[in-house]
Design a protein around this ligand. Sequence first.
Ligand SMILES: [Fe+2]
Ligand SMILES: [Fe+2]
Length: 165
Amino acid sequence: MNPFTWNERYSLGQPQTDSDHQALFRLAEQLYDAVKNGAAQDQLDGYLARLESYARFHFEDEEALMRRIGFPELAQHRQEHQEFLARLSSLESLFRSGSAHLDEATLEFLGGWLERHVCGTDQRLAQFNNAGEARSSCAKEKMGAKRGVLHHPSGISEQEHSVTK
Ligand SMILES: [Fe+2]
Ligand SMILES: [Fe+2]
């Protein structure tokens, strides 16, 4: 199963954010499928670059929203975005230099990060922005089961840190 397949559970009830998140998941899903199907290196490069560029665009948009509405967790939220981009770009350079092989297992940590970030950090932003009115199916279904992992300060589990080092 593709760990990046969009699920309505991830919807935060905010059309622009949900549409950006869907696009992000779709790009990651395409990259994962390409890896699984043994696509050529230049194709994989292209998928990685598109994912990174869309993630950067979405994160900047979200950070602008946080500044506009005075979201109190801006610094921590921004740090999670930066960590994701840093890991993606280190994966890119390792892959391009031939030091790392891009496989499905390598990519799964990205899927875990996306799910936790959307259902944890982005969910809190959506709730603040909607003054508590945001739909919370994401939090109800996903956060309860993984509370320990989701509450890690960086939003990334220790297990993932060790796998991807
Ligand atoms: Fe975010
Ligand atoms: Fe987001």
